[in-house]
Ligand binder design. Structure first.
Ligand code: PLP
Length: 385
């Protein structure tokens, strides 16, 4: 089936699927075979082997992920961090300089500052909403730019259009972590990004039962990343491919519910007497709201907020809430609540967190698929404590 002309809901289900159904199977079976018969391949990368990311389970996901963002190519990886670390190590060399958004997922920030910098990779943090800052930080050896569509955990939305244009004007590889937005709410290649990265552990899979990642983008860059991935060994197991494939088919339905539910919950929190501040790009007073409206097809399912009573109020609230499960991670069917300072951003030093604006009492909520009224009633009870 030619799926390129179809809308995203149809592409999620039909894009990339085998042209001929295997033994008529409506769902792609799991090819749990580490190796496949040699058929005369002349290149190492073409040998059929799970680590080469080329079993039927990988190939179908690659086609589907590329189709979702209207990109040339895609690659699944064993985790979001495998996608991010492999991409940076494949596309840049020691001595190269990268402009990096000043508030990112803690693992990414820690990888860049603690792992890449000692190897001789150079970077500078930038304010993604301030073009003057990008210009001031750009150097003769600047080769790339790295941002998040909606940042973790402060939910900032930078000047994503301007950043891609800036990268193109200066010959930089533009990379964006699109995990929080998902291809339903934002498709980076359509805005000029060369590489879009995902933790598929989150919304793409959607069921909190696997860890996986994806790189989506230009075919020549994907070839380099695949080559590095084969060496670093971050390939996804076929069984996890199968679960990701199954989860992805409902992405659009889930995201639309989560977009609506999170907006309603963010509005409820913003009006609540016990709440000091709410970060959600769908709220009119969010600093990136106008950009979010222009760029995104939905504001996503993530909210972060602070309570008036500081850390003790936060801890009381998290103990009293009964529907949200206190756990790191996000993007599943169940609502999760966490304190980024002790989970997703615990790898950053207290000074780095403070500089980035991630307070110890900040609460991050991943809104699931429960009934919105049940969630607001439960949050209300927890806030009254
Ligand atoms: N990117 C973002 C925005 C994340 O929130 C995370 C994990 O929380 C990652 C990347 C890393 O993904 P993974 O845990 O699948 O390696």
């Amino acid at each position: 089936m030619e799926t390129i002309k179809h809308r995203i809901d149809t592409r999620l289900i039909h894009a990339g699927e085998p042209k001929t159904r295997i033994h008529g199977a409506v769902n792609l079976p799991i090819f749990q075979s580490s190796t496949f018969e040699y058929t005369g391949q002349s290149s190492y990368d073409d040998l059929k082997y799970i680590r080469m990311n080329n079993t039927p389970n990988h190939v179908v996901l690659h086609g589907k992920l590329a189709a979702l963002e209207n990109a040339e190519a895609a690659l699944v990886t064993s985790s979001g961090m495998a996608a991010i670390s492999t991409t940076l190590m494949a596309l840049f060399s020691p001595g190269d300089h990268i402009l990096v958004q000043n508030c990112l997922y803690g693992g990414t920030q820690d990888f860049i500052t603690s792992d890449l910098a000692p190897l001789g990779f150079e970077f500078d943090f930038i304010d993604a909403a301030d073009p003057k800052d990008w210009d001031a930080k750009r150097k003769s050896n600047t080769r790339g730019l790295y941002v998040e569509t909606i940042t973790n955990p402060l939910l900032q939305v930078g000047d994503l259009k301007g950043l891609a244009e800036f990268a193109a004007a200066h010959g930089l590889i533009a990379m964006i972590d699109n995990t929080f937005a998902t291809p339903v709410n934002f498709r980076p290649p359509e805005w000029g990004y060369d590489i879009s990265l995902h933790s598929c552990t989150k919304y793409l899979n959607g069921h909190s039962d696997i860890v996986a990642g994806a790189v989506i983008g230009k075919a020549d860059l994907l070839d380099k990343i695949n080559h590095k991935l084969v060496h670093l060994g971050g390939s996804l197991d076929p069984h996890a491919c199968f679960l990701l494939h199954r989860g992805m088919k409902t992405l659009a339905v889930r995201m639309r519910h989560q977009n609506c539910s999170a907006l309603a919950i963010a509005e409820f929190l913003a009006d609540h007497a016990a709440v000091e501040r709410v970060n959600y790009p769908g709220l009119a007073d969010h600093p990136g709201h106008d950009r979010a409206r222009q760029l995104l097809e939905g504001f996503g399912g993530m909210i972060s907020f602070e309570l008036k009573g500081g850390l003790s109020a936060t801890e009381r609230f998290m103990q009293r809430a009964t529907i949200p499960i206190v756990a790191p991670s996000l993007g599943g069917v169940e609502t999760l609540v966490t304190r980024p300072a002790v989970t997703s951003h615990a790898g950053m030093s207290p000074a780095q967190r403070q500089e980035a604006g991630i307070g110890d009492a900040l609460i991050r909520l991943s809104v699931g698929l429960e009934d919105t009224n049940d969630l607001t009633e439960d949050l209300d009870n927890a806030l009254m404590g």
